[in-house]
Design a protein around this ligand. Structure first.
Ligand code: FAD
Length: 442
């Protein structure tokens, strides 16, 4: 259920172990890359982190080259970007790692083309899942209806394994309850961060920069992501706290950038030409559903992607997590093993844990953060104070910057910031080295 990035990558992995995989997607796909209704975030800026690039390359060798040939930019971070964090620009001379910035529609289109060419995969578009078949603890299939059909066209499809990849708004918890079974516990950290994105044509920013990332934090609530995409376009995403959403009219959008902690983005935007209207987005809560805790004998259902673990998009992790989860599934199934579904679910959840820890760890101290998984108490406060010291040292210290970047890019687990003696020593025993206030030079 769900033929977007997580669903397609999961189908690709399962096809090596199943007679047939059928992808059910409620939208109709267009032939060319383009935004679609079922993926409202497709108009927003998307970053593919280094870990996600590596995972996609393992799953679909050659895909990154295809994306590059279609114009997807590849950037070095922090070498190519103006990254503002903890009140300073990060030095661009620190060691860099690559990211790619295809538009979300281009990435999905290329993944889809590759995956659906697989011999044991078919797709049914315009087909909406409306419920599950089975009994408490055992899912045996999906109820679907054809969208746009004149008459109600309920159809029951049975399957050995049902995969839920219906994204952030998936209704599987209610459907499980409808079967008389347990719904998963839900963990939430919600800062209420509000997003808006607009596409621009513009000259490159000054100083060889290829974009900006203004990181919001507890003391500075406004954020910006400015990145190139294929087609000589710039995708600009601005974000603010719950009650200070970026406007969705072009003038208001550009004016909002004046609230950022450094004038560079506003100055650059004032010379840029919008080619779309800004679009807003508000469902940015971190939300994780604990299907892994439904019990060992709960079977027939695997939940992946945002339907399992949706993350605050400001950290740019969801696509990479979808790819890392598919790799985890592939490893779990390697060598012809058929582990119980419960073990697969645990492996998929485990693969998203570092991203969850990064996003909820950074969001918990934000003003107005709400939800049952907000980190609190004396130990959390101590940890937050230590991590604030780490963040303060990122701009001027190459060792701390690299360790922090590897955590954010899901190349190293968050605990390395606590266990690396070099990072510990620098965070606790040195003072932060200030970097110049002018735009960083290469
Ligand atoms: C504003 C925003 C910005 C983001 N920026 C980034 C970023 O920079 N980097 C990054 O890595 N990630 C980012 N993400 C996250 C990323 O978009 C998702 O993690 C990624 O798309 C994977 O999601 P998915 O496949 O699980 O679900 P989705 O992409 O949401 O897809 C769900 C699919 O299921 C289909 N569907 C839903 N219900 C049904 C049903 N009942 N029956 C059949 N089909 C159904 C939908 O039509 C859709 O195709 C961002 C998200 C948002 C909201």
């Amino acid at each position: 259920m769900g033929g977007s990035v997580a669903g397609l990558l999961t189908a690709h992995v399962l096809a090596d172990h199943a007679e047939r995989v059928t992808v059910l997607e409620r939208d109709h796909y267009e032939d060319a890359p383009g935004p679609r209704a079922g993926v409202p975030q497709s108009r927003h800026t998307h970053v593919l982190l280094t870990s996600g690039m590596n995972a996609l390359d393992e799953l679909l060798p050659g895909l990154l080259t295809e994306l590059a040939e279609a114009g997807a930019p590849r950037l070095a971070v922090p070498g190519d970007l103006g990254v503002w964090q903890a009140g300073q620009w990060i030095s661009r001379r620190h060691p860099s790692a690559p990211i790619m910035t295809p538009s979300r529609p281009l990435l999905e289109h290329r993944v889809r083309r590759r995956v659906l060419a697989g011999p044991r995969i078919d797709v049914r578009t315009g087909t909406e899942a409306t419920g599950l078949l089975g009994r408490p603890g055992r899912v045996t299939g999906v109820v679907v209806r054809q969208r746009g059909a004149a008459h109600h066209t309920r159809q029951d499809l049975t399957a050995d394994l049902v995969v839920d990849a219906t994204g952030r708004t998936g209704r599987t918890p209610q459907w499980l309850a409808g079967l008389g079974g347990r719904s998963p516990a839900e963990e939430v950290v919600d800062t209420g961060r509000a997003y808006a994105t607009c596409v621009f044509h513009a000259d490159d920013p000054a100083g060889d920069l290829r974009g900006f990332y203004i990181v919001p934090d507890a003391g500075q609530p406004f954020g910006a992501i400015v990145l190139p995409a294929e087609g000589d376009r710039w995708l600009v995403t601005l974000s603010g706290p719950r009650d200070e959403a970026p406007p969705t009219d072009p003038e208001g959008f550009t004016g909002f950038a004046d609230r950022l902690p450094h004038p560079a983005v506003h100055k650059w935007l004032s010379t840029a030409r919008p080619v779309t209207r800004p679009v807003g987005y508000r469902h940015t809560a971190n939300r994780r559903r604990r299907y892994d805790r439904l019990g060992r004998d709960h079977t027939g259902l695997l939940v992946v992607g945002d339907a399992l673990c949706a993350l605050n998009p400001v950290y740019g992790q969801g696509l990479s997590v979808a790819a890392l989860s598919a790799v985890a599934l592939k490893r779990e199934l390697a060598g012809g093993r058929v582990p119980p579904v419960h073990a697969l679910q645990r492996a998929v959840l485990r693969s998203s844990r570092p991203a969850w820890d990064v996003a909820t760890g950074a969001d918990s101290p934000m003003p107005g953060a709400a939800g049952n998984a907000v980190r609190g108490g004396p130990v959390a406060r101590l940890l937050d104070r230590y991590l604030a010291r780490v963040r303060d040292r990122v701009p001027g210290d190459p060792v701390v910057c690299t360790a922090n970047r590897d955590v954010l890019f899901l190349l190293a687990p968050p605990r390395t910031l606590l266990t690396s003696p070099r990072v510990l020593r620098r965070a606790l025993l040195t003072t932060a080295v200030p970097t110049p206030r002018d735009l960083p030079t290469p």
